[in-house]
Every structure is written in C-alpha cells, then in structure tokens.
Write a protein that binds this ligand. Structure first.
Ligand SMILES: [Zn+2]
Length: 199
C-alpha cells in the first residue's frame, strides 16, 4: 500500500489533468498575479489531494481496512456527494464529479498496483457484493509499512517507498502542471480583462 504522499500526488494529477479537458473551466483559473494557492486551483485541487489519500482513514479500524473505502461503492458515494455539493454551489456538476470521484479512484488504482505485505493482499474492490481481494501483483510501488511506525527499519522502508512514489508520480504531476499553465493562459487573460489574450 502506497504512502499518503504518493496518493496525494495522484490526486493532484487528477485535478490538473481534469483542468485540461475542454468545457466550463474558466472559473478554475486565476491570473499570474494571484497567489500560488489560487493559481493551483485552490480548495478543489487541495480536496482532490485529500480525497486521494482519504480511503486509508479506515486504518484504525483493523479488519475493515481496504474494504468499504477501497470499493467501487465508495467511488460512487463520493461521486454522489460531489455532485450534490456542486449543484448546491452552482458549479459544473459533471466536472466536479469526475474530479472528486476520479481522485478517490486513484487510491484504489495505486493500491492495486502496489506491493502489499499484509494478508489478505489487495483491496476488496467489489465490497459488499463480493469479498474477494484484488491486487495486480505488479508491485509498481514498493508500498509503505504501517506497523511499528517509529522503528528504524519501518522509517527506512517508508522513506524508500515515498522516494519511489515521488520518482514515479512527481514527473507526471509536473508535466500536467506545466501543460495546464500553458493551456490556460488564455483564461488568465480573460479574467484580467486583457484585450490581447495569450495565443
Ligand atoms: Zn489504501
């Protein structure tokens, strides 16, 4: 199972990747003079990073871990809450549903691609209809250790896991960020009222 840092990076990738999809998104962009937080997509981008890591909040609940919150049902539940919230806030429903449910779903994907030292290995993707555990077996991410968190071997292992996640996911996030900045320069011009929007 990957670390919260790896999961959060995947959530950022979804937020900024979704901003590249054409449609109603001018509201997502701030002019270059705005703060970094606003230019990064403010609270919704942060929410995507948090949502991507949030399924592991089931960790303290022992046997429940990697079941309810790691299922397709949980993705649908997040989509429903995001849709209702977006409708209330008069924001584009479909875009918010894709971003929030997509961010949550990356957690399932990253865990599925990760090595898992626990038994049974993997996630109960089809909970509550099927109690089988799913894992790719590809061990793309070496996975973090959650037991004896402050012992030297665990800390070393987790630093390695985080370094590997950052090495794989950060380049993707950086590319998405730079493409997003270029693709959306036009929106910034509109927001600042420029007569000469960037080409
Ligand atoms: Zn997990």
């Amino acid at each position: 199972m990957a670390s919260p840092i790896g999961h959060a990076l995947a959530g950022l990738a979804v937020a900024w990747g979704a901003d590249l999809v054409p449609g109603n998104r001018a509201w997502r962009f701030a002019p270059p003079s705005a703060s970094w937080y606003e230019r990064a997509g403010n609270g919704l981008t942060l929410a995507c990073a948090v949502l991507a890591a949030a399924p592991d909040l089931d960790l303290p609940f022992g046997r429940v871990h990697r079941t309810v919150t790691h299922s397709l049902v949980s993705v649908i539940a997040v989509a429903a809450v995001a849709g209702l919230t977006a409708a209330r806030a008069r924001l584009p429903v479909r875009r918010l549903v894709i971003m929030c449910a997509g961010a949550w779903a990356t957690h399932l994907l990253v865990d599925w691609l990760s090595a898992d030292q626990s038994t049974p290995r993997g996630i109960q993707l089809l909970w509550p209809f099927d109690d089988r555990w799913f894992i790719s077996g590809w061990d793309l991410f070496i996975g973090s250790e959650r037991r004896d968190l402050f012992s030297a071997p665990t800390m070393r292992r987790n630093l390695e896991a985080i370094a590997q996640e950052v090495a794989i996911l950060l380049p993707i996030v950086v590319v998405l960020w730079s493409v997003r900045v270029k693709a959306l320069a036009g929106f910034s011009s509109q927001l600042t009222g420029s007569d000469h929007p960037a080409k």
